[in-house]
Design a protein around this ligand. Structure first.
Ligand code: TYC
Length: 103
C-alpha cells in the first residue's frame, strides 16, 4: 500500500459525527399576583400548549410552586422565556419562567 492510499482511508474515517443539541427544561414559577387566566394565555401563545395542557401546567405551579413547561433547544427555551417576560411586564405581573440545561 503506498502513502496516498493510506491518506484516503484516514480522510474517510474523519466523517463528522452528528451532534445532539443541548436541551433545556423550562420551568414555570408560582406567584401570588399573576392571574390564572393570564398564565394559561401565555402558555398557549408562547409555548403552543393546548388550553387543557396550559391549565394543567398552570395548576401544578399554582399548587406545588413550580411546574415543567417542556424541554426545548436553547433558542426556543430562551425566546419563550423572553416573550413571557415581555407579556408579563406589559400587564405588570411578576410571572417567572426559568430554564436549566439537562443532560
Ligand atoms: N397563584 C396565582 C393566583 O392565585 C396563579 C398563578 C399560577 C401564578 C401559576 C403563576 O405560574 C403561576 N392568582
Amino acid at each position: 500500500m503506498d502513502k496516498h492510499e493510506l491518506d484516503d482511508i484516514v480522510i474517510t474515517q474523519k466523517k463528522e459525527k452528528l451532534q445532539r443539541p443541548k436541551m433545556y427544561r423550562v420551568y414555570l414559577h408560582n406567584d401570588d399576583y399573576t392571574l390564572q387566566e393570564f398564565v394559561e394565555f401565555v402558555l398557549q401563545e408562547v409555548f403552543f400548549k393546548s388550553y387543557e395542557e396550559a391549565r394543567k401546567i398552570m395548576l401544578e405551579a399554582h399548587m406545588k410552586g413550580i411546574s415543567i413547561v417542556g424541554i426545548y433547544t436553547y433558542e426556543v427555551a430562551n425566546d419563550g422565556i423572553q416573550q413571557v417576560e415581555i407579556y408579563a411586564e406589559k400587564l405588570g405581573y411578576p410571572l417567572l419562567c426559568t430554564m436549566e440545561e439537562i443532560d
